[in-house]
Write a protein that binds this ligand. Structure first.
Ligand code: UDP
Length: 347
């Protein structure tokens, strides 16, 4: 099987690439390195079956060429991370909406299956937990930047479902809930890598708001399993499916857990949302996935426990720290944007 992953040098994309390579497939990734990194895929470059191109999905001709090469497209390229969304709303909307349109358009020429990654953000501030796929979406006003992300991903879903209904273009849509694991960066605001880095560096662990808001964290390896199973399931075509873990923890609880598992003496501090993000920022109090549909379709449920997830992230940051001390130069594999790199020969 030949797979194209847009956003393949990103956190989830690189884990998906690894799993597909692991089962003997060919993998092509297209990534503009805006939030992804060469580091994430360095270990895959030794495989002849791995091919990477550092360019934008907005490059329609290149995208069409790569879609033609493949049997299935995993569309993961998107502007992600609450901080990025608040700071760069134009980029968020354009990347998410136009990018998905280009991918669907290219795939529909030869009816290549598209997996479209959506997000639990689309449920917005609904309080009807657990969130079922057919529930109403409750978004805030357009004056609050955060909601542009949810709206742009909801539009992606509408677009993908419309391509299926109108053009019989096969699509599978997954709403990914908080996904965590090694290689996730805290740079774009994600909580777990931030807390772990702060705890390891002895810095204050910054809990935003009261810390009573809760989330369910899913290990990226579980998410990748779920994605691969959905793509292999005929009945998932034309469907929207939640992917996540149902174990819920408050953000304050997470801060304590990270502090305990790192043996850190970092203090836990509370930062008002206005300071952390922007004035008037709205957060979701709870976010829990309903996973019945995922289980019915695939027979699979994410199960990696939170303690193991947190330990995995801690080890990743510890390794990164010690590798940084040994070798501070990390330019390996940096390829100019726009150059096609086939057959994993770049380095
Ligand atoms: N958060 C926090 N400290 C941080 C980063 C995030 O307390 O350094 C909070 C954030 O306000 C939210 C939760 O952790 O309530 C999860 O944030 P993240 O950005 O990881 O994902 P979200 O669920 O908001 O998409």
């Amino acid at each position: 099987m030949r797979n194209l992953i847009t956003g393949g040098a990103g956190f989830i994309g690189s884990h998906l690439a690894e799993a597909l390579i692991g089962r003997g497939d060919d993998v092509f990734i297209l990534d503009d390195l805006s939030t992804g990194s060469v580091e994430n895929i360095r270990h895959l470059k030794k495989y002849d079956r791995f091919h990477h191109v550092f360019d934008s999905i907005m490059n329609k001709h290149l995208l069409a060429e790569m879609v033609d090469e493949c049997d299935v497209v995993y569309h993961l390229a998107a502007a992600v991370g609450v901080r990025l969304i608040v700071e760069s709303p134009v980029r968020t909307i354009e990347t998410n909406v136009h990018g998905t349109q280009f991918v669907l358009d290219a795939a529909s020429k030869k009816k290549k299956l598209v997996f479209a990654a959506s997000t639990s953000e689309v449920y917005g501030k609904s309080d009807k937990v657990p969130f079922h796929e057919d529930a109403d979406l409750v978004l805030g006003p357009t004056s609050k930047g955060r909601w542009s992300y949810a709206a742009s991903k909801a539009l992606d879903e509408f677009l993908a479902l419309s391509y299926w209904k109108e053009k019989k273009q096969p699509v599978v849509i997954a709403r990914l809930f908080n996904t965590v694991g090694p290689r996730q960066t805290g740079r774009y605001g994600m909580v777990l890598p931030n807390f772990v880095r702060q705890a390891l560096d002895g810095e204050p662990i910054t809990v935003f708001g009261t810390g009573q808001q809760s989330r369910c964290f899913c290990d990226v390896r579980d998410s990748v399993q779920a994605i691969m199973r959905l793509v292999a399931t005929e009945k998932a075509i034309g469907e929207v499916v939640n992917i996540g873990n149902t174990h819920e923890i408050t953000i304050e609880g997470l801060a304590h857990l990270v502090k305990q598992r790192t043996n850190s003496s970092s203090p836990i501090t509370y930062v008002p949302y206005d300071q952390a993000y922007e004035p008037g920022f709205e957060d979701m109090p709870r976010r829990v996935p309903a996973l019945g549909k995922l289980e019915r379709l695939t027979g699979f449920l994410p199960a990696i426990p939170l303690n193991d997830i947190v330990d995995g992230v801690i080890h990743y940051f510890q390794d990164k720290k010690s590798a940084g001390k040994r070798d501070s130069v990390t330019t390996d594999g940096a390829v100019p944007v726009g150059r096609m790199v086939a057959g994993s020969t770049a380095s």
